[in-house]
Design a protein around this ligand. Structure first.
Ligand code: BMA
Length: 820
């Protein structure tokens, strides 16, 4: 009999198993219909028993949920069949779970990041059976482990470092505290006979023009009979006999003339089906299909005259990483469907992002996530799940860490997109800089994981993928982990303390975090926050801002660049604009140092709820101005003007697979369009490289710093601006735009023409209609120029005039107001 899997999705009920008197729950019905996969929060929400924790300040009143003991129950019928074994398979339990079958405890588990297979052949009975999963409070468990092992430093006041559960679930500087419990991944009954495939671990590599697959199989056995394993790829077959009693086997396949897998910016994503079969003497016992790809990957960390490099080399091409950090897309991960992941990852691809870093305070993401990255050509860097805290290396945490690492390293092996494993987020930095050394003293703090255990497991299980101990890290504990000259760098003094112009003081080898906040889109705010009046300091807005002094940093960060205007819509425009400008400024600078610097991974692509944060796409999945800023700053061909050794310099950066050659023109203009100087040059930028041209004095020397600017244009339409003064000080004229709106079948075209320089012409389409989306949202238009914004919108949007909606904003009008 082959393996038969039956998912238990039906007839689940949830009940409060026991209440925590210090977090007294409100009256609840004895049972509540439940969804599996799911969690307590989403079940209570679906039953109408709680308000939505993502709205207003509801989060605060729902704190009790995470402190209770909850129980999930269902029934299934079982009839005796022709099989040897019956397992209860839990793909994911969140987190402290006792599993009972017909009242017998069959398992007790403590780790959200593992799956569990429970042999229950002897407990299951003919007819009706009852499965119950009881979840203890994750808070209470983590606190008890903390008591047992002793407290350790943590950037947050919660015990997430004492439990193997998604850390940001306890609250983060962009996330609410919604400590969940539940069966968060599928749960199933599986029957099998003789043997089954326990693990299939492929390593695909490139050998000359061919591909080589090394396939390791682990088996579970119910009997000793001899077996055969067969693997097929591209019409090729390999088989191996597995002698009686043996539980592992290795096969290899050599595929001639494979097509290489590339990140989307450099090539295509051919994927190959690898089919694996396990057979007994007379029948197939188990099957697995995995999609793999062929590419080589190397991490270049060689020492050089600056310090030490950090560059990902894919198929022998050093890649400049145009990356974004990824956080769990929802605090309730069972709501993250494959469709939603496809949308979100595609938003990254469309913003020219070629790598997502799955951040260590979140999850090992679902198979869907990595499968989509394979398909869409997005490189993945996966953190092991440690973030912003010291972690104990004693039991019971140690064993859980090892088990979860083994499982997830193995699970993710098929994916060509996965190119890097990283030990932790900021924990090595924390040890150096966050006053941990005294409280930690002689205790463990996690270094054993990052420097010894995890690299050991990688070498044993998946030596094909690079491993790096932390982000940031300088390659050795002898050098400060956050040094521009070595390895990985996080730049957070910009945003926290200093102006974004100080990005230019850093030439990191690879910047894996840097970010700037902005509020979510207006339609997201209006859906989730019902403050009357709604202001940037009204209670709901403040609640949906989790960063320390977030609003203060927003205001101080914008002040050197943009006018101050606290009317809500104006504030909102200015803050989103400043976020986009700060990051664009940083990225253009980092890319202009291509070669020394080989990556910029912005913090962060996505949000998990509606919040003011560093994200480019807000909690409702809407693109903030930053998303449009990323798309332009991360474009394959970037034209930028940068200071270089005291000179103003035109730089072309080419991260595409074809060379970029052609004429470029730089002009110094007045805001009214008078050409003061022109410089013609030829840009020659090879593939994956950059080139610079120093600009002559007649171009770079402005007579009136408030009223002149440079515009550079390359033959392909690439453009760069240079202003001699901050936007807020420019002598901009109000009311310089004429606007023509033209209706189309699926929306409108908005053509704006500028009489004089129109700075930061922005379309925030969802101000017009919540579902309206503009193809472009950020434009600076020179005198006499025009730009057409194409806006997709549902027919209902047309009932409201676009012009009256406030969706089109031009900085000129705010600067002129401010200086009046
Ligand atoms: C980085 C991240 C997160 C945090 C972000 C913004 O350090 O690793 O911990 O959300 O900064 O503060």
């Amino acid at each position: 009999m082959p393996v038969v899997r039956r998912e238990l999705t039906q007839d689940w009920t949830l009940r409060l198993a026991s209440a925590d008197p210090s977090h007294q729950p409100p009256p609840l019905p004895p049972t509540v219909p439940a969804s599996v996969p799911g969690c307590v929060h989403t079940d209570l929400l679906a039953a109408g028993l709680i308000s939505d924790p993502y709205l207003d300040e509801n989060e605060l009143a729902l704190d009790w949920i995470g402190h209770q003991q909850w129980s999930y129950t269902t029934r299934f019928t079982h009839s005796a069949g022709d099989f040897d074994r019956l397992d209860l398979v839990c793909d994911g339990l969140d987190t402290v779970a006792t599993v009972l079958l017909n009242g017998h405890q069959v398992g007790r588990f403590f780790n959200q990041h593992r799956s569990y297979r429970i042999p229950v052949t002897d407990v299951v009975r003919e007819g009706e059976n009852e499965v119950e999963v009881v979840f203890d409070s994750a808070w209470a468990y983590a606190e008890s482990i903390k008591q047992q092992l002793g407290d350790l430093p943590n950037a947050y006041p919660t015990p997430f470092n004492f439990i193997r559960k998604m850390a940001c679930n306890f609250g983060w500087d962009w996330g609410p505290t919604v400590v969940t419990a539940g069966i968060w991944k599928p749960i199933a009954i599986e029957t099998w006979s003789t043997a089954r495939l326990a693990q299939v671990r492929p390593t695909a590599s490139v050998r000359g023009a061919g591909g080589h697959v090394r396939l390791e199989l682990d088996l579970d056995r119910a009997s000793d009979s001899p077996l055969t394993a067969t693997a097929r790829i591209s019409g090729l077959v390999a088989t191996a006999d597995i002698p009686a009693g043996s539980t592992s086997v290795e096969l290899t396949l050599d595929v001639p003339d494979v097509e290489l897998w590339w990140p989307h910016d450099l090539g295509s994503q051919p994927l190959y089906d690898l089919d694996v079969e396990l057979s007994g003497p007379d029948s197939v016992l188990d099957r697995r299909r995995q999609r793999i790809g062929f590419r080589s990957i190397r991490l270049d960390t060689h020492d050089d005259e600056i310090g030490s490099a950090f560059a990902l080399v894919v198929n022998d091409v050093p890649i400049f990483v145009r990356g974004a950090n990824w956080i769990p897309d929802d605090c309730f991960p069972s709501r993250i469907t494959a469709d939603r992941l496809r949308t979100r990852i595609t938003q990254g691809v469309d913003a020219n992002v070629n790598l997502l870093r799955v951040w260590g305070g979140g999850l090992y993401e679902s198979d869907d996530f990595y499968g989509l990255c394979d398909e869409l050509g997005v490189l993945v860097w996966q953190d092991f799940l440690f973030a912003c805290a010291a972690y104990p290396e004693e039991e019971p945490i140690r064993g859980e860490v090892i088990a979860e690492a083994r499982e997830n390293i193995s699970r993710l092996m098929p994916h060509p997109s996965l190119v890097l494993w990283d030990g932790c987020n900021e924990n090595i930095w924390g040890w150096f800089d966050w006053a941990w050394q005294e409280p930690v003293s002689t205790r463990t703090w996690g270094s054993g994981y990052y420097l010894d255990i995890l690299p050991g497991l990688m070498a044993e299980i998946d030596p094909s993928r690079p491993y790096y101990p932390g982000s940031p890290f300088s390659g050795t504990m002898d050098i400060h982990p956050n040094d521009d000259r070595y390895g990985l760098r996080h730049i957070w003094d910009v945003w926290n303390d200093v102006d974004y112009s100080e990005y230019r003081d850093h030439v990191p080898r690879f910047v894996s975090e840097f970010g700037y906040q902005g509020p979510p889109n207006i339609s997201t705010i209006r859906r989730s926050i019902h403050d009357r009046p709604l202001t940037h300091t009204s209670p709901g807005m403040l609640h949906h801002q989790k960063a320390t002094d977030g609003n203060g940093k927003l205001a101080r960060g914008a002040a050197p660049h943009l006018p101050v205007d606290e009317r809500f819509d104006q504030w909102h425009y200015l803050m989103q604009l400043n976020q986009a400008e700060a990051i664009r400024y940083g990225i253009e600078h980092f890319r202009s140092h291509r070669g020394v610097c080989m990556g910029a991974v912005v913090w962060q692509l996505n949000d998990c709820w509606p919040v003011t944060s560093w994200a480019a796409v807000d909690g409702d999945g809407k693109k903030k101005l930053l998303w449009y800023g990323l798309r332009s700053a991360f474009a394959d061909r970037l034209l930028t003007i940068q200071p270089r050794e005291g000179r103003t310099t035109l730089i072309g950066v080419n991260d595409s697979s074809v060379s970029w050659r052609g004429a470029a023109t730089v002009q110094r203009l007045t805001f009214d369009g008078v050409v003061l100087a022109t410089f013609q040059t030829r840009l020659v930028v090879d593939r994956v490289s950059s080139a610079s041209v120093e600009l002559p004095d007649r171009i770079t020397g402005a007579l009136d710093e408030r009223g002149e600017f440079l515009v550079a244009t390359a033959a392909g339409g690439e453009r760069a601006f240079w202003f001699f003064a901050p936007d807020k000080d420019l002598a901009l004229t109000a009311d310089v735009l004429t606007t023509v709106v033209q209706q189309r079948a699926d929306g409108i075209d908005v053509t704006v023409t500028a009489q004089s320089l129109a700075r930061h012409v922005v379309v925030m389409a969802d101000r017009w209609h919540p579902d309206a989306v503009a193809d472009e949202a950020l434009a600076t238009i020179v005198a006499g120029g025009s730009h057409t914004f194409r806006i997709k919108a549902p027919a209902a949007a047309l009932a409201t005039g676009f012009a009256e909606s406030g969706a089109l904003v031009c900085l000129n009008d705010l600067v002129a107001t401010a200086s009046r």
